[in-house]
Design a protein around this ligand. Structure first.
Ligand code: UD1
Ligand code: UDP
Length: 382
């Protein structure tokens, strides 16, 4: 039996982990034993528990309940606690997703005690080291033994940093296995997309029609913690509703929600709150989210996962960041980088209102990344 310890903590990691747990349950239950550690980085029910229930992920075996704190304090506490679990469980691999502080903590804890790291969503780069995520993902990639890369750009990024993508087994953290396997989030969309329409009522409860709204999510610290940037994004949303007559739906990350309530200038706050066609709602479940994505006219976001999901559902994308790791979306003309620039956001929405049909060639794989990862881990246990 191959024993893996999976670390999750933030919302998108719980969602990604659902795909791997499902593959293990369906096809590898007699060969892979998975132990899930939840760091507790996200802890509100609608940022964590809802996904375990809805996506059928086994409850975490261990919840470290670390919660929110400064980067250093949060990461340090996680390292300390993850190390204890690894020393007890002695897994063949630790499995880490993406680029959060939970990812980095898992990578540091495991690498120091020589537990091989599997990094899923490896190779992504924004080339902007002021993002905490960029540091986390670079450090995790460089400590990993097996790197599972969603896109061709991810492979190029790793080659640029000196990784060899042609290494032969046996692999180690000094001789890494790099695999281009497609995006594990796509596995979930393929699996849950049909079900979302049957199991959710969100379109009806918000009185939305197909294509009559823009779906927005904003949570990056450089947007929420900069009043200037947040004001520009919110002003753009108000303008889009008032002048382009598209409703706006914003499932609010708790970070953003707190800042809107405490920091937005009064006139902008009133403009936002008094508009009945701007739905500021709490975070929604995954099935509700993909229902909103599927039916939106356009997606405006600074989220990594939501950018890709917009593309999967063939929706135009406006990225409220200065750059993206998912460059294929922009190169294919399905997205525009507008940063937190009010005018650019508005112009981008106008552009897509008038653009004809867009092209969405498949760049994210075949929806079976999780099975590939399971087979590869079994083949290359060290
Ligand atoms: C984290 C990740 C980010 C990822 C995002 C996914 C890092 C450095 N950042 O950002 O890469 O895109 O998760 O959503 O790991 N809060 C709550 N309830 C919760 C969770 C958070 O109220 O359940 C609030 C707290 O005020 C907290 C703030 O949100 O301080 C930020 O949470 P944190 O996990 O530190 O960062 P995210 O912005 O969620
Ligand atoms: N998501 C969700 N409910 C929400 C907002 C997002 O289920 O209210 C899902 C979304 O569909 C995607 C993931 O959360 O699968 C993206 O997570 P997030 O935007 O928090 O983080 P990022 O991907 O930027 O790291």
């Amino acid at each position: 039996m191959l024993k893996i310890v999976t670390v999750v903590g933030a919302r998108p990691q719980i969602i990604k982990a659902a795909a791997l747990s499902r593959a293990i349950r369906n096809s590898f239950s007699d060969q892979i034993e998975e132990i899930i550690i939840h760091t507790g980085q996200h802890y509100d029910a609608n940022m964590s528990q809802v996904f375990f229930e809805e996506l059928g992920i086994p409850n975490p075996h261990i919840n470290l309940n670390i919660g929110s704190a400064s980067h250093g304090k949060q990461t340090a506490q996680m390292i300390q606690e993850i190390e204890k679990v690894l020393l007890t469980e002695k897994p063949d691999f630790i499995v880490l997703y993406g680029d959060t502080n939970s990812t980095l903590a898992g990578a540091i804890a495991a690498s120091k005690i020589h537990i091989p790291i599997v990094h899923i969503e490896a190779g992504l780069r924004s080339f902007n080291k002021s993002m905490p995520e960029e540091i986390n993902r670079i450090m995790c990639d460089h400590a990993s033994t097996l790197l599972f890369v969603p896109t061709a750009t991810g492979i190029k990024n790793l080659e640029r940093e000196g990784f060899s993508t042609t290494n032969k087994a046996p692999y180690s953290s000094d001789h890494q296995g790099v695999f281009h396997c497609g995006d594990i989030m796509f596995d979930n969309l393929v699996h849950f997309s049909e079900m979302a329409g049957q199991k959710t009522d969100i379109m009806h409860s918000l009185h939305l029609q197909e294509n009559d709204f823009v779906l927005c999510t904003i949570h990056r610290d450089n947007n929420t913690d900069s009043p200037e940037r947040l004001n520009q994004i919110i002003s753009a949303m108000c303008y889009i509703e008032e002048n382009l007559h598209l409703k706006i739906v914003i499932p609010l990350h708790p970070r953003t929600s707190k800042i809107i309530e405490s920091n937005l200038p009064e006139d902008l706050y009133n403009r936002l709150k008094s508009n009945k066609n701007i739905h500021l709602i709490p975070p929604v479940s995954y099935l509700e989210m993909i229902m909103l994505e599927k039916n939106s006219f356009l997606v405006l976001t600074d989220s990594g996962g939501v950018q890709k999901e917009a593309y999967f559902f063939k929706k135009p994308l406006v990225v409220a960041r200065p750059e993206t790791e998912w460059v294929e979306i922009i190169e294919n003309g399905a997205g525009i980088i507008a940063d937190a620039d009010e005018l650019k956001i508005i112009e981008s929405v106008k552009y897509f209102s008038e653009a004809g049909e867009l092209d969405f060639p498949n760049v994210f794989g075949n929806g079976h990344a999780a099975e590939f990862i399971c087979r590869t881990m079994l083949e290359h246990r060290t």
